[in-house]
Design a protein around this ligand. Structure first.
Ligand code: PAN
Ligand code: ZN
Length: 194
């Protein structure tokens, strides 16, 4: 009988789910860092952001791109590490985006920490889902997505999206989300910004 010896994935060795760090290990992992200096115009209190140390890390994204950007039918994989903190009471969050190819969907899932996933349709109707370790979030096509860290530890979440999705950051930069999340006396408050 012929047998087939299994091998480890050749280019991405492991994701640390055991230690629950979500860290990607492997030669082909690419890392992007977003500091407060990179997030001009993202928070409502822009003057408060500008007064903070621009080198403060807001989040890091580790990605594994097994195929070239734009490849139809492929998938990308990433883990985001969003730090706790706030700018003028507004929690640290990702820039947020629509996919450039509007109809492409994405999965997010919680690994560590807690937060809110803002999901906004093209008509600016918005909803929020709680993210926590083990929660799974299906983001349909045509829905802008932004993660907000409402907790006190790093919010770590995984993501998987089509390799031809691309990112449209300009729409959110110009029009923003129709709600923002602030620290309130009794916890996070999602305030409308229509
Ligand atoms: C994620 C995001 C990541 C960082 O991988 O790109 O969490 O958020 P921003 O891209 O909004 O800064 C994803 O949604 N990819 O499509
Ligand atoms: Zn996305």
């Amino acid at each position: 009988m012929q047998t087939i010896p299994p091998t480890l994935a050749p280019s991405l060795a492991a994701v640390d789910f055991d230690g629950a760090t979500g860290l990607l290990h492997g030669a082909s992992v690419v890392e992007d860092v977003r500091t407060l200096g990179d997030l001009a115009g993202v928070f409502e209190a822009e003057s408060a952001r500008a007064a903070l140390d621009p080198s403060t890390v807001a989040y890091r994204v580790q990605c594994y791109f097994p195929v070239a950007d734009g490849t139809e039918g492929g998938l990308f994989f990433g883990c985001t590490f969003l730090e706790p903190g706030d700018v003028g009471g507004e929690y640290f969050m990702t820039k947020g985006h629509f996919h450039a190819k509007r109809d492409t969907a994405e999965f997010y899932w919680g690994i560590r920490g807690e937060g809110l996933l803002l999901l906004m349709n093209e008509d600016r109707t918005i909803r929020a889902e709680r993210i926590q370790p083990g929660s799974l979030h299906y983001i349909p096509g045509r829905v802008a997505h932004r993660m907000v860290n409402t907790g006190t530890e790093t919010l770590t979440f995984g993501a998987c999206w089509p390799s031809d999705a691309g990112h449209d950051y300009a729409t959110i930069r110009d029009e923003g989300f129709s709600a923002r999340v602030f620290k309130g006396p009794d916890g996070p408050e999602i305030r409308r910004r229509d």
